[in-house]
Design a protein around this ligand. Structure first.
Ligand SMILES: [Zn+2]
Length: 435
């Protein structure tokens, strides 16, 4: 048992000062005490529950800072991403994902939702273990000391009524039935849960959607939804309904489902998502980087959709920035401030994100929750002078000074406790892929 004394802590009822958290791998007790007991680990600043990064494609990290020279669109960016995907194998993906998850760990992420679709060899064959790439991702999370929900993704088509392009062959199992058989061999572990994903209505034909929903069977089911207007146009042209309506018809909406991006929605789409308590995962830095647009986050929340946050393509890995950018997007879109109050942003970063990934107890500083704590300093050039209750609207990942996952310190001052210098780890893993 370890006692952590928090100068300030974000409890389920809001910010408190002088909080003692007693924990093994889970939190055993939370109490308010003025002075740290002599044997307690002292955490200065504001301690949040662990952050959930609800949408990640780990390999996209290798594109950071390499796609800005020639302009283009989401679709030209995607061509570069496919060239990178073609270079991955289970060993190189383990090295890259371990470094990316270590980057998340030092930024305060204690659980990642990995939306995983690079399943098979680049020639479209099969590894000896057809789940080898997923196994590498799970191992990477374990070595980085964080939890993972592997959102194993069904990806069958190159677009609506469009066959797979050669560079997409390794994403496909051939049919939803074959995908379901492959993922049925995966088992949960103490640090890992297995969820499912529909890549998008572009990549899973209408006739196969219900099968994916049935195979997901009350596990987290995630889907990229209406990230680009072209997806909506193709769906309307082929099926006469929006992507949200198509998912609704297939029985894919509900509280176990999370729609990722949810950028270009109709009023009816918002009602269908909110009314079914389908979650929405916003990835604001990616949506800005890829020129996607700004989705109707406030309207979705008001309609009943829980909101979570993801770093998606990892143009940056900074959960605090994602939370702030969610609010900033709303301000830019509406001309009004305070569209989300500071507590709602913490919920998106923590409890709602974990719930979207199938860890409903996590993301809160309360007895029974996993002992995940993220301490943000109040004494840096960015945060000095901030009100503790609003520090997450000013701090960056560089202000995260201590990260505890499952009761164990995994990162201190940007340094990973077991993996060491994360910049070096990332540099080596990425350089290997491009040379
Ligand atoms: Zn994505």
């Amino acid at each position: 048992m370890t006692a952590f004394w928090c100068e300030h802590a974000w409890l389920p009822g809001g910010l408190r000062s002088g909080v003692l958290v007693e924990a093994s791998d889970t939190i055993r007790g939370v109490s308010e005490v003025d002075k740290p007991p002599p044997d307690a680990v002292r955490l200065a600043g504001v301690v949040f529950p662990g952050f959930a990064n609800a949408h990640s494609h780990a390999f996209h990290r290798a594109l950071r800072g390499r796609t800005h020279a020639d302009g283009g669109t989401f679709w030209t960016w995607r061509a570069a991403m496919y060239r990178l995907a073609a270079r991955l194998d289970p060993d190189s993906y383990l090295r890259l994902a371990r470094a990316v998850y270590a980057e998340m760990a030092v930024a305060g992420v204690t659980c990642v939702g990995e939306f995983h679709y690079v399943h098979h060899p680049a020639d479209g064959g099969r590894y000896d273990d057809p789940n080898a790439m997923g196994v590498a991702l799970r191992q990477a999370a374990a070595e980085a000391g964080i939890r993972i929900t592997l959102l194993d993704t069904c990806y069958l088509a190159g677009g609506i009524d469009t066959p797979l392009a050669p560079e997409q062959a390794r994403f496909s199992d051939g049919s939803a039935d074959a995908w379901a058989r492959r993922i049925s061999a995966q088992r949960p572990a103490s640090h890992a849960r297995v969820g499912a994903a529909i890549h998008s209505v572009r990549a899973v034909p209408r006739a196969e959607l219900a099968l994916v929903v049935a195979a997901a069977a009350r596990r987290p089911l995630h889907v990229h939804l209406s990230e680009q207007p072209a997806e909506n146009e193709a769906c309307l042209a082929a099926y006469g309904v929006t992507p949200t309506d198509l998912l609704y018809e297939a029985g894919a909406l509900g509280p176990d489902t999370t729609a990722v991006h949810a950028t270009h929605l109709s009023t009816r789409d918002i009602e269908l998502l909110g009314g079914s308590r389908t979650g929405a995962c916003f990835c604001p830095t990616t949506e800005a980087d890829l020129a996607d647009g700004i989705g109707p986050a406030r309207e979705l929340r008001d309609a009943g959709a829980p909101l979570s946050l993801g770093s998606d393509q990892h143009a940056v890995v900074d959960p605090l920035l994602e939370a702030r950018a969610l609010e900033h997007g709303e301000r830019l879109r509406t001309g009004r401030r305070g569209r989300f109050d500071p507590g709602e942003l913490v919920t998106a970063l923590t409890a709602a994100g974990h719930a979207a990934l199938g860890w409903p107890m996590a993301g809160r500083l309360a007895p029974g929750a996993p002992a995940d704590l993220v301490a943000v300093g109040l004494d840096s050039v960015r945060t000095a002078g901030c009100a503790p209750s609003q520090v997450h609207l000013a701090a960056s990942a560089a202000d995260v000074h201590t990260v505890v996952a499952g009761g164990r310190v995994i990162a201190r001052d940007g340094h990973h406790e077991t993996l060491g210098d994360v910049g070096k780890l990332l540099g080596a893993a990425i350089e290997e892929l491009w040379t």
